[in-house]
Write a protein that binds this ligand. Structure first.
Ligand code: PLP
Length: 400
C-alpha cells in the first residue's frame, strides 16, 4: 500500500508470534496441539512481586513517572549490577523501559544513522535485524556453527567489522540456541573490539539467571572493563521473574547514551507503567530463591528434551548452557519424504509437516537466520515435553 512508510518494507513480522498464532488456530479447530513456540516461562509471577504491585495501586502510585523510571527502581537496578555483575553504575546511568524490547529499540534509535552497520551473530533473536532495519541502518549477520556451539568466533567478528560498524549485539544465554559464552570466550571477542574504538557492544543479558550446572554467567563490561565506556548492558525482569506481561526492561551504560535514550523514550511512551515499576523494585530487591527453584526445574526439562531429541532419527541436539531453548539440527532429514508424499526440503518444511502430522508447534531455524534447525522452547510441563518429544520421534521415524 503506497500510503505506508518505506521502512515497513524492510521489516518482517515475527516468526515466533506467527507460529504461536498458527498453533492457537489449529487448537481452536479442535486439533490436539502442543505448542513449544512461546518464549516465556510457564510459571506465575511470585506472590511477593504481585503484592508489591497491589500495594502500589493502594498507595496511589498510579501517576506518570519520570521517563527513565522511578528513583527506587533505578537505585535497585544499580544495586543489582553491583551485586550480581560487579559493575559500578550510578542510578543516573540506568534507564527503565517498557520491556527489554523498548530498551533495545531506543538504544538503536538514539544511535543509528542510515548506512551504519550493526553486527548480529546468527542465529539471532528475531527482533534484532528488524529493529536495526526499522532504524534505517544495516544489519550485518555473521553465521556461527553448531560445531562452535553457535558462538561467534573472534576471527569472524574481526572480518565483519568495517569503518561503518557501530554496534555488536551479543545475547547470552541466547534466544534461540541457549548458548552462553564463558569468560574466555567473551574475552576473545572483547580483545577484537579493543582494536576498533568505533564499535560499541549492546549486550542482551535477558536470560542471565537461567544458566545451568557449573556454568558461571559473565557480562562483557565485567570481563573487559576497558570497554565499560562503550557497552550498554541490557536486562529485564521478564524471563527471570516470570514477568513477561508486566513489560519492564532496563539497561545501564554511559551517561550520554542513557540521556539520549531518555529523550527518545520521552517523545514516545514516557515512563513505563508505574505499577509494574514498583513490582520490579520488589523483584530486584526482594527474595531471590524463586530463581534457584525455577532453574532446577528448567535444567531437568532441558536434560529430558536434549536426551529424547537425540534419540530421534536424523536429529542432532547440542546441550546448551542456558535460557529455555534448544536448537537441534534437522539436517539429517532434509531430502526425506513424509508418508503423505511431501519432500522435506527445508527446516520450514520440517516444522510445518511436524505440525500437520503430529500437532507439535516449533519454530524453524531459518527464521533465526541459521538452519536447517528448529527451536524448541521448553518452558512448559515435563509431561507435555515428553509427549511432544515422543511425537517428534514418531514423525522422524515415519520419514523415508
Ligand atoms: C533475547 C531477548 N531479548 C529481549 C527480549 C524482550 O524482552 P521483553 O519481553 O522484556 O521485551 C526477549 C523476549 O523474548 C528475548 O528473547
Amino acid at each position: 500500500m503506497a500510503f505506508l512508510a518505506d521502512a515497513l518494507s524492510r521489516v518482517k513480522p515475527s516468526a515466533t508470534i506467527a507460529v504461536s498464532q498458527k498453533a492457537r488456530e489449529l487448537k481452536a479447530k479442535g486439533k490436539d496441539v502442543i505448542s513449544l513456540g512461546a518464549g516465556e516461562p510457564d510459571f506465575d509471577t511470585p506472590e511477593n512481586i504481585k503484592k508489591a504491585a497491589i500495594d502500589a495501586i493502594t498507595r496511589g502510585e498510579t501517576k506518570y513517572t519520570p521517563v527513565s523510571g522511578i528513583p527506587e527502581l533505578r537505585k535497585a537496578i544499580a544495586a543489582k549490577f553491583k551485586r550480581e555483575n560487579g559493575l559500578d553504575y550510578t542510578p543516573e546511568q540506568t534507564i527503565v523501559g517498557t520491556g527489554g524490547k523498548q530498551i533495545l529499540f531506543n538504544a538503536l534509535m538514539a544511535t543509528l544513522n542510515p548506512g551504519d552497520e550493526v553486527i548480529i551473530p546468527a542465529p539471532y533473536w528475531v527482533s534484532y535485524p528488524e529493529i536495526v532495519a526499522l532504524c534505517g541502518a544495516t544489519p550485518v549477520t555473521v553465521e556461527t556453527t553448531m560445531d562452535n556451539q553457535f558462538k561467534l568466533q573472534a576471527a569472524d567478528l574481526e572480518a565483519a567489522i568495517t569503518p561503518k560498524t557501530k554496534w555488536l549485539i551479543l545475547n547470552m544465554p541466547s534466544n534461540p540456541t541457549g548458548a552462553a559464552y564463558s569468560e574466555s570466550e567473551i574475552k576473545a571477542l572483547t580483545d577484537v573490539l579493543l582494536k576498533h574504538p568505533q564499535v560499541w557492544i549492546l549486550t542482551d543479558d535477558m536470560y542471565e539467571h537461567l544458566v545451568y550446572g557449573e556454568f558461571k554467567f559473565m557480562t562483557p563490561a565485567q570481563v573487559e572493563p576497558k570497554l565499560y565506556d562503550r557497552t550498554l548492558t541490557m536486562n529485564g525482569v521478564s524471563k527471570a521473574y516470570s514477568m513477561t506481561g508486566w513489560r519492564i526492561g532496563y539497561a545501564a551504560g554511559p551517561l550520554e547514551l542513557i540521556k539520549a535514550m531518555d529523550m527518545v523514550q520521552g517523545q514516545q511512551t514516557s515512563g513505563a507503567s508505574s505499577i509494574s515499576q514498583w513490582a520490579a523494585v520488589e523483584a530486584l530487591n526482594g527474595p531471590q530463591d524463586f530463581i534457584e527453584t525455577n532453574k532446577a526445574i528448567f535444567q531437568g526439562r532441558r536434560d529430558l528434551v536434549v536426551s529424547m531429541l537425540n534419540q530421534a532419527n536424523g536429529i542432532s541436539c547440542p546441550t546448551p548452557e542456558g535460557a529455555f531453548y534448544v536448537y537441534p539440527s534437522c539436517a539429517g532429514l532434509i531430502g526425506k519424504t513424509t508418508p503423505s508424499g511431501k519432500v522435506i526440503e527445508t527446516d520450514e518444511d520440517f516444522v510445518s509437516e511436524l505440525l500437520e502430522a503430529e500437532g507439535v508447534a516449533v519454530v524453524h531455524g531459518s527464521a533465526f537466520g541459521l538452519g536447517p534447525n528448529f527451536r524448541i522452547s521448553y518452558a512448559t510441563s515435563e509431561a507435555l515435553l515428553e509427549e511432544a518429544c515422543i511425537r517428534i520421534q514418531r514423525f522422524c521415524a515415519s520419514l523415508r
